[in-house]
Design a protein around this ligand. Sequence first.
Ligand code: PEP
Ligand code: MG
Length: 742
Amino acid sequence: MTVILELTRIVQAAAEAENPAAQVKLVVDAIHHYMAMDVCSLYLVDEQGDMALVASHGLGEPAVGKARLPGGAGLVGWVAAKRHPLNIIDPASHPAFYYLPGSEEEQFRSFCGVPLVRGGAVIGVLTVQSRVQRQLTAEEEAFLVTLGAQLAMVVANWSDWQLTGMVVTRALKGIRSAPGIGIGEAHLCRDASLFSVVDAPCKDCEAALESWRRLVQDVQEDVRREQAALGSALSHEVAAIFDAYQMLLGDPALLSGVEQGIRGGHDLPSALKAVIHHYSELFLAMEDPYLRARSEDIQHLGNRLYGAWLGTHQSEVLPQASGRVILVGNQVTVSDIANVPRHRLAGIASFKGSALSHTAVLSNALGIPAIMGLGELRGIANGDPMIVDGNTGQLILHPNNAIEVEYRNLSAAEKRLKGRLRKLRDEPAVTTDGHRIELFANSGLLADISPGLANGAEGLGLYRTEIPFMISDTFPSEEDQVRIYSQVMQAYRGKPVHMRILDIGGDKPLPYFPIREENPALGWRGIRICLDNTALLITQVRAMLRAAIGFDNLHILLPMVTATSELVRFRAVLEDALAQLQTEGFEVTQPYVGVMVEVPAAISQLPLWREYLDFVSIGSNDLSQYLLAVDRNNPRVSSVYDHLHPAVLHEISRVVELAEALKLPLSLCGEMSSDPAAVILLVGMGIRRLSMSAARLPQIKWLIRNIDTGYARRLLAEARSLPDSSVIRETMNRHLQDLQLP
Ligand code: PEP
Ligand code: MG
């Protein structure tokens, strides 16, 4: 019991340390103390595969950060190679003993080392040594093994851990929220912290009430000003974020809640704190991530109102110099972004928040690299140099020279590449042996409609209608939907538009329609929800048909279909919608109807479904998830989730063969279309239509224009002969290198 308590205490203390160096030092000090050993040391595998001594209690301080054991050498190397603990006396007589110069290790008479393993690989070794000859008890050894496992989790996050000096370059892992690389200096966004307010009684309630009303008006005015500052950069959805703030500010529950608090004898900040706390807790307790993310908005608003009451501005004044800044904060808010001129804003790093937060939505729309959910904001000061890598979700603090140069090169290469590839915009995607591949864009926000067209999309291969539903506060009305869909149709006039009916449930909840299920991936989702809510479905289908009038480019795509009856029922709803609209005088036309092939059950049923379908589109994201039984959003199993898995390749080939035999037009609209390694294989299979996020179109077009179908078929045959996805990926990466893919 005491061991468990001690373990918990050590791990908690380490979690609160300022930086990685302090964290590991704290752990080795604590182990030394608790186990009464003379030495406790942590070695980590460095880039060369050597063992670097990164922390020690007992070995000479000068050795830390400098001493390195050649990979595989010594008892430490032995533990790493065997991957199990070594608990011995008289270590110097062990055949693997290796004397680390300057360490004075010859004086130690006992040794125990345990490996740190992460993702199947040894990343370090934790050791204890003592001058007296005593072997650790089984309990002590277990204690060390457990701490090793905990430490492995901590240090695995420092992927770019550098051991130079005390200012270590370190990388924090967060959630990728907007792609790109941003290099700049930290600018901290400090919220006036409402939750730190100490409750106090109200001295003059009437004056406090008056002050409250004025405060709300002032902040409403501020939000309007910020909205104007972003001006034309605002798409409809982003403008809706500001509208949501205005709505919260005008919410009678908020207004009267604070008034009641003041009348009840509390001063304004205390009354405000109680109301904001109540609402934010309500949202935080909700299961679905979108709703939980709304608690951020509420807290932000509370802090803002409090800041205005204090007479402070919520973010610090931007330094005058013209350097580029990265906004860093516990909660970087939409207002913080609005307060920085666009040309100075290099990136966003928000320690709280999720990829669904409004900050993430806005960053994407403005093209600013962003990372959310970085954990605890600690040890970062204004002006600290940093890099936001929105492509991998890493925040690199104090990048050393080499890393910064690397990222600057990468960022310059990204820009050059964009420029070079932009020239291909109007060129067709044709293989060198003359096979035409159609490249479409995926979209969901109106904000990403124009990048698709700017990058030469020949159509919209997947419009995810759940996105406009997600950033709305209620189900959008038919008129709202007609307005949104019409803009999409208009933008892509003359080109095919594939609109998917609402694909909610699973990992895509709606804020105002919570669904609680034990196993949502296998539950009420996609077409199942639509067919159970035919009112919702018919409204959406009517809106799509109305928006398509005069364009004749509507393809309706059905998600998660698993049964013939679903197609029959959808066709009936479609006929009903067409008949209703015709009676109402709308000149609607029959759309094309197709299904997503994203549940394995769809594949073998394609022949049965032929009469109901005009086309099919492979949803490789869900198809991989369901074929491999791997939750596509679970980071713990992300290494198993790879669409290059032999089973996925096999099943997609089967779909291609079936579609050809059935003369069903086929496309693929999952992430595979954006993955160059997968694209070669898909072309080899015979897929001639791919839909991807707009940003990936130029690179994929370049690829297609530089391969021929014979080569693609040969690589497919090679991939199909390989045993697992990692080998397939390595092989394909080698081929891509030979091609010099930009
Ligand atoms: C898919 O599953 O591959 C797909 C394109 O749909 P979504 O990613 O929206 O589930
Ligand atoms: Mg899907």
